[in-house]
Design a protein around this ligand. Sequence first.
Ligand SMILES: Cc1cc2nc3c(=O)[nH]c(=O)nc-3n(C[C@H](O)[C@H](O)[C@H](O)COP(=O)(O)OP(=O)(O)OC[C@H]3O[C@@H](n4cnc5c(N)ncnc54)[C@H](O)[C@@H]3O)c2cc1C
Length: 389
Amino acid sequence: MADVVIIGAGISGSSSAYELAREGLDVVLVDRFGPAAMASGWTLAGVRQSGRHPAELPLAKAAVDIWATLADELDSPTHYRRGGNLRLARTPEEAAVIEDIVRDQTAAGLELKLLKTNKDIREIAPAIAEHVLTASLCPTDGSADPSSTVLGFVRAAERLGVKTRFGERVLSIEVEDGRVTGVVTDQGRIPTRKVVVAAGIFGNEILRPLGIDVPLQIPMVTVLRSAPVDAVLTQVIGVANADCAGRQEYNGRFRVTSGLQDWHGGLSETRTEVGTRPRVLPTGQSMAEVVDLFGDIVPAFAAAQIEDYWAGLIDLTPDAIPVIDADVGIEGLVVTMGFSGHGFCLGPITGKLVSDLVRERPARLAIEPFKYSRFHNSREFTEGATLHG
Ligand SMILES: Cc1cc2nc3c(=O)[nH]c(=O)nc-3n(C[C@H](O)[C@H](O)[C@H](O)COP(=O)(O)OP(=O)(O)OC[C@H]3O[C@@H](n4cnc5c(N)ncnc54)[C@H](O)[C@@H]3O)c2cc1C
């Protein structure tokens, strides 16, 4: 009998496994594919507080504190860099949007500066094009390497005794008399009284048979990755209308994303050296658009060779904030999903909040806004996801 079974080894599930193992629990971490196989590998991996929903801001701030020492704690590289986040204005209309963001977020207690001229921007980021008008700068934002970070959590969890079962698909959660009794996978049954569903866009496949259905839309994002080039950019770059974002990785590669697109529905499985992985392909048109849009603001990207490309899928909820909740009608069940395109930064604090819920103690930060019950009255989509790194 496991104390807890965690379904999904993205950043949410692997950090939860690590935190619960630190508390001495006997944890099994199951993933249909493997660590960072889906959103946590597809991501741009910005670690950002700026532009956050007010309910998420305290979580993002707490996460940023953890990121500072996470590599030491996990004894594994995260390639976290607090290089800042620049959100650019390319037109006078976008400049007005940036001014509003700086005003609102400063009032919310975030350190955010308005860079009023192109000269101000290029003084700290010379790679930015000369036609960009203004920008917001959050100096305490940054980025990390997603696969290294998730692997770091998984390896640290394993050292603490977590049993990992990768390439194993959870088919259902067993419930008797209103409480969890086990998990059934395509390779057997794991008895347990606690289950954490951290399965991203597939969470509802597992939850629906239990009468739980987190309202989700699943848009797609095109991602391009270049060959390594000289280091020219330390900040993560977003734009006021979120039609592209990007950064340069620790290894010199640009990693650049589109805005949100309709998902064409295709998802294939491909064999890689680390096992079977899901793959979603972007369209040629969207790849060309990303090159145009990001190359227009960072010309060095347009000159770089593209070595890799994929599309990522987003678990978008109606209000674009996640569900982190144990009050879902079944004793022993914790749900953490629907991060709506900004759950990578939150990963380290998500694990701690999930550990609070599993241990049935008050959460260390306010998580009322993330309750599943908020969808009982309305499942109407009022917010779109925005990617700013
Ligand atoms: C292109 C893109 C750019 C992004 N940019 C940013 C950014 O800059 N900053 C930021 O903070 N966030 C960003 N995000 C969002 C962020 O990456 C996600 O919110 C976060 O990674 C979600 O992690 P997760 O662990 O909840 O889900 P996932 O990483 O999707 O993990 C879910 C896991 O569950 C497993 N699984 C599913 N079903 C089953 C099953 N039946 N049995 C067993 N396992 C199962 C999957 O294999 C998967 O590994 C971006 C996302 C994308 C796609």
